[in-house]
Design a protein around this ligand. Structure first.
Ligand code: AMP
Length: 296
């Protein structure tokens, strides 16, 4: 496995893979099974896999955790070598943002709500770095986790709008045994806080259960999530949302488009996010009709 820090070296190495397909997994490091699942999928789909490790300063607000974001390059490289990655791109900040850097990618609409409302400069940083990494790596396909659902929508929008020749692939959220979505930021949790953290997943599951039992009123589903979060004194909810899975607009009713449930919750020093898709399904009545032998 090659490990490169400079853009010109990466470009030379990447050229050597052409014309074979290249899968790309952008990360901020401190890798866990969620990242490795993206790598596995990338390996299945492509002849070569490139992973980037870059803690992107432009997506952190001044008061956020850039300085304390967990890092362990040695362990990450070991995991990626074991996972069969061809190349790791780990640039210094100065390679991506030299002193005179002055261009940013602003995606409209889908960046305004949820994480975008809570973290106003976040998606500008994400879109900028993902666009730059796509231009540097020139992957055939790029892999993102559903864990950061809004990010996948923003990246798809940017890729379409800027005609970037990259196929965006979204992979399911990988969870701990108790349902907590894996995240590098889980390392901020104390033992007690870690015990409280699965309440996010429990809130999503509770809302999904109501949906499966026929509930379509979005406010009722939000209330179900809020009530579950309220059972955990350490959980400080920032938002709970039931939104259109494409536009991310809040819904009044869950209709044919289904919905994405999402939430952001502070537990101790960590700000945790999670989400779950409600797939549109035929109503019970339609279901019964379909199976009805007299329904010819
Ligand atoms: P990060 O290093 O947190 O920026 O994440 C890098 C990529 O891994 C992003 O596309 C994330 O959505 C994805 N990812 C993070 N956590 C998970 C998880 N638990 N399951 C699946 N993908 C994840």
């Amino acid at each position: 496995m090659q490990v490169l820090e400079q853009i010109r070296d990466l470009r030379i190495a990447r050229q050597a893979y052409a014309p074979a397909d290249v899968g790309f997994v952008p990360t901020m490091g401190y890798l866990h099974a969620g990242h490795l699942h993206l790598v596995e999928q990338a390996r299945r789909d492509n002849a070569h896999v490139i992973v980037s490790i870059f803690v992107n300063p432009t997506q952190f607000a001044p008061h956020e955790d850039l300085a304390t974001y967990p890092r362990n390059m040695e362990r990450d490289l070991h995991l990626l070598a074991e996972a069969g990655v061809d190349l790791v791109f780990a640039p210094p900040v100065s390679a991506i943002y030299p002193d005179d850097y002055n261009t940013y990618v602003e995606v409209g609409g889908v960046t305004e709500m949820l994480e975008g409302a809570a973290r106003p400069t976040f998606f500008r940083g994400v879109a900028t770095v993902v666009c730059k990494l796509f231009n540097i790596v020139q992957p055939t396909r790029a892999y993102f986790g559903q864990k950061d659902y809004q990010q996948t929508i923003v990246v798809r929008q940017m890729t379409r709008d800027l005609n970037l020749p990259v196929e965006v692939v979204v992979c399911p959220t990988v969870r701990e045994r108790d349902g907590l979505a894996m995240s590098s930021r889980n390392s901020y949790l104390s033992v007690t806080e870690r015990r409280a953290a699965p309440v996010l997943y429990q809130a999503l599951i509770a809302a999904r259960r109501h949906y499966q039992q026929g509930a379509r009123d979005a406010e009722l589903l939000r209330e179900v999530m809020r009530n579950m979060l309220a059972t955990e004194p350490l959980a400080k909810p920032e938002y709970v949302s039931v939104a259109d899975p494409q536009t991310l607009q809040e819904l009044a009713q869950v209709g044919d488009q289904g919905a994405v449930l999402s939430l952001a919750v502070r537990i101790g020093p960590a700000r945790l996010i999670d989400n779950m898709l409600l797939e549109p399904r035929p109503t019970e009545t339609e279901h019964r009709l379909k199976g009805d032998p007299h329904d010819e």
